[in-house]
Design a protein. Structure first.
Length: 156
């Protein structure tokens, strides 16, 4: 009986430690709000999920910071590993990027390559813009903020 009680206490402790970040004030799952319709998130407390989209290679991570990808406009942070490639695609939604970290290459539908060495850039595409692709050229990872005005879709 004593072994079962110790095991139960250990399991509860492990469960509370692994889930505490998700409930930490300031994470994307529990943002700070100082007033109505405010969202304040500490990037050190972000809870990452695998970015699982048909046509995308595994390895990228996403954190939804506002909205719902399937219902309306949304804002997210995406983290990709070094060398990660996003194939030519477009969206029906307007799309705004703020590239925060990591050198990258933006590739136009015509195959033109635009290299951004500093990893800092602003990119805005209207809905149904010509297809584009991306490659993370960083040594460690790339980090970007993306905003869509409509439900998320990816058209190859």
């Amino acid at each position: 009986m004593k072994i079962y009680k110790s095991l139960l206490i250990w399991l509860l402790l492990v469960f509370s430690i692994t889930n505490s970040a998700a409930h930490e004030l300031g994470s994307n799952l529990k943002p700070i709000a100082l007033g109505n319709d405010q969202t304040i998130i500490d990037f050190d407390k972000v809870i990452w999920q695998p970015l699982e989209v048909e046509g995308l290679a595994p390895g990228a991570e996403i954190a939804v910071i506002r909205g719902d990808l399937s219902k309306d406009g949304s804002e997210v942070i995406i983290k990709t590993p070094a060398g990660y490639e996003v194939a030519m695609h477009s969206h029906t939604s307007d799309e705004t990027y703020v590239w925060l970290k990591g050198a990258f290459t933006l590739i136009s539908e015509k195959g033109e390559k635009h290299k951004f060495k500093s990893g800092l850039a602003y990119i805005s595409f209207p809905g149904n813009a010509p297809k584009h692709g991306l490659t993370c050229d960083a040594r460690d990872y790339c980090l970007l903020y993306v905003k869509w005005s409509r439900p998320f879709d990816m058209l190859y």
